[in-house]
Each structure stands twice: as structure tokens, then as C-alpha cells.
Design a protein around this ligand. Structure first.
Ligand code: PRP
Length: 211
């Protein structure tokens, strides 16, 4: 038998939905569900193994070809911009990138360059470049919502899912930047070398998403 097709899954929020999808296809994910601290796990009923990784690392592993495929959010894809095929919008992990400020504060207007705090400097740069607006970007690693509260920034660009974090911290969305959802990505060389297996897998995924 060929070596297993390797798929890197983003740990955390997307993990459960991805496993649910694999089980809907009919694969046995018992080992992934009972993984303990193991990071590489076989799937029953298919020649596939799952690698559990952080979102940015999913892209790194797929780009380098040590994983044939990956499941990762469009947010990470937009920020990292690697070389791979983005094959399927999986329809889960839905949220959006949004520009938010302190409630009632005026963002546009005035002559001073605005400061934007974000975990996603590339996404933010591209967004404001597309608007032809010069901004200063400050990279923050977690809880970006703090930056305008501490008056480090005029606004943030961040992921909004339910809107609860913004609301509970007195912030509000002033513009949606773009929608986000989980995507299936495929390494470019794997797509050539293992085309029929990957195409068959993609077909099963497409038949079982949604609903
Ligand atoms: C994300 C994001 C917001 C929050 C939004 O952070 O950065 O803080 O979720 O979700 P909500 O609209 O449903 O309140 P996450 O929880 O992923 O943690 P992180 O700061 O570790 O990225």
C-alpha cells in the first residue's frame, strides 16, 4: 500500500468540525477523538493520517509538502499567502475580518495617520492599501481588543465571530473587511503525484459538506 495521504488539521475551533466531516464521509476517527497528546493519528477506513497543528503551521507543512493537504481558515491563508492550491470552501469556521473602534468614536476624517492594531498585519496593510489610505500598523499577539481601550490604536482589524468580545469591551464594527471560513488546501506537487487519490478525497468532501 502507498504511504498514507497526510492531512494537517488546524487544532482547536476547526478541529471538531473537520472530524465531523470526515466521519460523515464514513471514516473512523476514533483515534483522533481519543488522541491524548499524540499529534499524528491514523483514520480508519482510509489510507489517510491526520496531523494536528496550529493554523500557521498547517500552511507551512502543506507548502513544504510534508503534508499533502490541510484544513485551515481563510484568515490564515490571507495572512500567510503561501503557494498551494485552495481547493474547497468547507463552509464551517464562518466568521469575518472586521474593522472596529471604540463605540461612538470617529475613525475617518482628520489629518493624522491612524494607528491600527492587529494580529494580521498583511491583511490590514492590503485592506488599507486598497482604500488608498495610509495607516500605521501595530502587531499584537492576542486580545487585540485591548489596544483601542488602552489607547494604543485608533482601531483594530480582527476576527469577529459572534461579536460578543467586541460588545463586552465597548467596541463596535465600523466596516466588514471580508468573510472567512475553513478551506481545504493541497500541496502543488502532491496534486500531481497523487492526483487520483486527492481528487477522490476532494469529491467525497464536496459531497458531504453543508447540511
Ligand atoms: C478571536 C478574535 C476575537 C474573538 C472574536 O480570538 O481575535 O478576540 O475570537 O470572537 P467573538 O466575535 O465570537 O467574540 P480567539 O478566541 O480565536 O483567541 P486568540 O486571541 O487566541 O486568537
Amino acid at each position: 500500500m502507498d504511504k498514507p495521504l497526510r492531512i494537517a488539521l488546524t487544532k482547536g475551533r476547526l478541529e471538531k468540525d473537520t472530524i465531523g466531516l470526515l466521519e460523515k464521509i464514513g471514516y473512523d476517527c476514533t483515534q483522533v477523538r481519543e488522541k491524548g497528546r499524540r499529534l499524528i493519528l491514523p483514520i480508519g477506513g482510509a489510507n489517510i493520517e491526520v496531523v494536528l497543528a496550529k493554523a500557521n503551521d498547517v500552511i507551512t507543512y502543506v507548502e513544504h509538502g510534508v503534508c499533502d493537504m490541510g484544513v485551515v481558515g481563510k484568515d490564515t491563508i490571507m495572512e500567510m499567502q503561501g503557494k498551494f492550491f485552495e481547493m474547497v470552501d468547507l463552509g464551517f469556521g464562518k466568521c469575518k475580518f472586521a474593522l472596529a473602534t471604540k463605540k461612538g468614536s470617529k475613525f475617518y476624517g482628520g489629518y493624522n495617520v491612524k494607528t491600527i492594531a492587529t494580529k494580521y498585519p498583511n491583511v490590514t496593510r492590503n485592506y488599507f492599501e486598497s482604500k488608498g489610505m495610509d495607516v500605521e500598523i501595530v502587531k499584537i499577539e492576542g486580545s487585540v481588543e485591548l489596544a483601542p481601550l488602552l489607547e494604543l490604536s485608533d482601531a483594530i482589524v480582527d476576527i469577529v465571530e459572534t461579536g460578543t468580545t467586541l460588545k463586552e469591551n465597548g467596541l463596535e464594527v465600523i466596516e466588514d473587511v471580508c468573510p472567512i471560513s475553513a478551506r481545504l488546501i493541497v500541496n502543488m506537487a502532491s496534486m500531481k503525484m497523487r492526483q487520483s487519490e486527492i481528487e477522490a478525497f476532494v469529491k467525497l468532501i464536496e459531497e458531504n459538506i453543508g447540511g
